[in-house]
Ligand binder design. Sequence first.
Ligand SMILES: [Zn+2]
Length: 58
Amino acid sequence: MTTRAVPFHCPYCGDEDLRPHGATHGTWECRACLRAFSLRFVGQLAPGTTADRIQGQQ
Ligand SMILES: [Zn+2]
């Protein structure tokens, strides 16, 4: 997994017409809903960690 992973669907409308946005790595724009967004690596999960346990810590 790298920070340059390519999204396949817009997180807002689900369309597949995504293109790089500007010169910043990890920023994309959706031509369907005209939104720009960024993808960012947040961190590595510990082995065995589930989403439920992460939410339970908050
Ligand atoms: Zn969209």
